[in-house]
Design a binder for this molecule. Structure first.
Ligand code: UDP
Ligand code: MG
Length: 317
């Protein structure tokens, strides 16, 4: 029987844990899979850990990973992915915003042969502000970066084991998992669902964390801001040369209009400024390459290889 792993990041979810567990076991009771429920306690300040340990004591399919402090949602999911043994891993929120039934629809799509099945919101019960900013953000992100993150998706998705193994190679510090998943490729598809409101408790994503997360997406998957600086450097250098020519022309052909010392001053200012910006642009280009290199991402991901073992010893005739 195939094994499914479910990863739940937990930050102050004590009022949701029991219901979440009940719902998951109810839904999974009806299917032909083995499963494990991996809860990652991300430094909760409430009784979440106690609740989880109680579940773990009763049910051996429950795995609890307890972080030493709050490392953030993306780190908690990463820890779950690192630990998961499943043939497929489903990442879900723990506040019942992602309905357990939908997880089975993701599994059904996976059985059709897809490697990544993301759950796409048909509707969502969130504030108008959140919907608006999220919408704007994904527009900007897709125009700045080469990754194409499907609209209206969060981290609720299923990933096949081979994709999980690939994702484990991505060890960058500032993590934007949904970008990484679309970056690796493979066969991806969507399942539509209606996203509920949070069952209990309050969001662990205040605006401050949202902004940090949004920047991680842009900076991790785009070098356009850096390229913009390089472009500005070149542009300013060209403008400086034009300015210098202009100053010289005025000094040589219309000396009566020129204040003493103006030509020299303007040439020095433009020359130094232009050279500095050009140099910054050059440094920016190297910095961009260093950044790509230190991220240490795999060079490529292989979906499958077709070859015949021992073929080198045989003649096809
Ligand atoms: N979460 C986490 N660490 C954090 C913040 C949130 O593990 O620092 C978890 C949280 O318990 C939930 C999921 O990440 O399971 C999504 O967070 P939340 O529901 O608070 O975000 P929202 O749905 O409001 O965007
Ligand atoms: Mg939520």
């Amino acid at each position: 029987m195939k094994l499914l792993s479910f990863v739940f990041p937990i930050y102050n979810e004590s009022e949701n844990i029991d219901l979440l567990y009940q719902e998951m076991t109810r839904v999974l009771g009806a299917v032909e899979y083995r499963y494990e429920l991996i809860f990652v306690n991300d430094g909760s300040a409430d009784d979440s850990l106690g609740k989880l340990m109680a579940l773990q004591g009763r049910d051996p399919r429950v795995v609890v990973i307890d972080f030493a402090r709050n490392f953030g949602h993306q780190m908690a999911v990463t820890a779950g992915l690192d630990r998961a043994d499943g043939d497929a891993v489903v990442i879900m929120d723990s506040d019942l915003q992602d309905p357990p039934e939908v997880a089975l629809e993701l599994v059904a799509k996976w059985e059709e042969g897809f490697d990544v099945v993301y759950a796409q919101r048909r509707s969502r019960e969130d504030t108008a502000f959140k919907k608006f900013t999220a919408n704007m953000y994904y527009r900007v992100l897709s125009s700045l970066s080469d990754i194409d993150i499907p609209r209206n998706t969060g981290d609720f998705r299923l990933v096949d084991r081979k994709v999980v193994l690939e994702l484990r190679k991505y060890r960058e510090q500032d993590r934007f998992l949904r970008g990484m998943v679309s970056y690796v490729g493979y066969r991806q598809t969507a399942v539509k669902f209606d996203r509920h409101a949070r069952h209990a408790g309050e969001t662990g994503y205040p605006l401050r964390k949202m902004i940090k997360f949004a920047l991680d997406g842009i900076i991790g998957f785009s070098d356009k801001p850096l390229r913009l600086i390089s472009g500005m450097g070149v542009l300013m250098a060209v403008i400086s040369v034009i300015g210098i020519i202009y100053a010289l022309v005025r000094r040589l052909f219309f000396p009566a209009q020129v204040v003493n010392g103006w030509t020299f001053t303007i040439i020095v200012v433009l020359l130094v400024g232009g050279i500095q910006l050009l140099m910054m642009g050059i440094m920016g280009t190297y910095l961009g390459r260093i950044y790509t290199q230190v991220k240490g991402r795999p060079l490529y991901s292989v979906r499958s290889i077709a070859s015949t073992p021992g073929a080198e010893f045989h003649d096809p005739e």
